[in-house]
Ligand binder design. Structure first.
Ligand code: HEM
Length: 257
């Protein structure tokens, strides 16, 4: 009883430590595993939306150089004249980078939380019926996609790794010719292979990501599992088939200069 009364008493002397200042609600929520799962799911939805839209936009490649380059120019002109040219694109890039950074940060944070919750490693083989291939490889497919993204930007946006030739005919990156840059890049079989491998890794990541995001936001019920699986399979398949078709179409000569 005396103990209970003592624990309710405030500090008696000035030497007692002050109560910790409370963090703002959202930061407080983010410091928990549930908060991190929410952030991972919401940023995941944003990134999935981008990946699907990007793939659909890239299908313009099959309509030819003029249509594809017109589309690339349209991205820079979005919301003109409400905003100056490329401002919307930059705002959009800012949103993507923020979503990507939060996605990686929350994934890292959750790994740390999970590790500290299990200080002793699994002593027996994991139950791989529950944890399927996609879920076991999430970290690795995530790292592959992350590294691929740097290559991809250096290849088709900055042009730093696609600038080896001295002229467009020689494979040089040409600003304003997105179509030509894609074709010149994919004409190199090792680069085409890299895109294929990275997109298969992306598909695996998307499959498990879409499947588990329902769990993260608390919408999981065995009755919906069939639909969840269909949605995860559908999104992953559409993105992989669409994206892998581009390097193959260039190598097969279906898409060319
Ligand atoms: C074979 C598949 C792909 C093709 C053909 C492709 C093509 C392109 C092209 C041509 C650009 C430059 C656009 C421009 O400057 O106007 C670009 C930019 C970009 N791509 Fe891809 N892409 C592919 C896959 C991906 C994937 C899988 C991701 C993400 C995981 C991705 C993320 C991006 C990003 C973030 C940009 C920069 C957008 C910007 O800031 O303007 N791409 N892509």
């Amino acid at each position: 009883m005396a103990q209970a009364i003592n624990s309710r008493r405030g500090p008696v002397t000035g030497t007692a430590k002050r109560a910790k200042k409370r963090k703002p609600f959202l930061l407080d929520l983010y410091s928990t595993a549930v908060g991190k799962k929410y952030v991972m799911a919401i940023t995941g939805i944003v990134l999935i939306g981008f990946v699907i839209t990007h793939m659909i936009g890239n299908l313009k490649m099959y309509l030819g150089k003029e249509d594809f380059n017109h589309y690339a120019e349209f991205l820079r002109e979005m919301l003109v004249p409400i905003l100056p040219r490329t401002v919307f694109l930059w705002l959009f890039r800012g949103m993507l980078v923020t979503a990507g950074a939060l996605h990686v940060h929350s994934a890292y944070g959750l790994t740390i939380i999970n590790r500290s919750a299990r200080s002793v490693k699994y002593q027996s083989p994991r139950d791989y019926q529950v944890a399927n291939f996609a879920s076991r490889t999430m970290r690795w497919t995530g790292i592959i996609v992350f590294l691929f993204l740097f290559w991809h930007l250096a290849d088709l946006t900055w042009g730093t790794v696609n600038a080896l030739g001295t002229s467009a005919a020689d494979g040089k990156f040409v600003r304003g010719d997105a179509y030509g840059n894609v074709v010149r890049s994919f004409e190199r079989p090792p680069v085409a292979l890299l895109y294929i491998v990275a997109n298969i890794a992306l598909g695996t990541h998307l499959f498990h990501g879409v499947w588990s995001l329902f769990q993260s936001i608390g919408w999981s019920n065995p009755r919906f599992n069939k639909w969840r699986r269909w949605l995860a399979t559908g999104i992953a398949t559409v993105v992989v088939v669409g994206n892998v078709s581009f390097p193959i179409a260039v190598l097969a000569g279906i898409v060319g200069q």
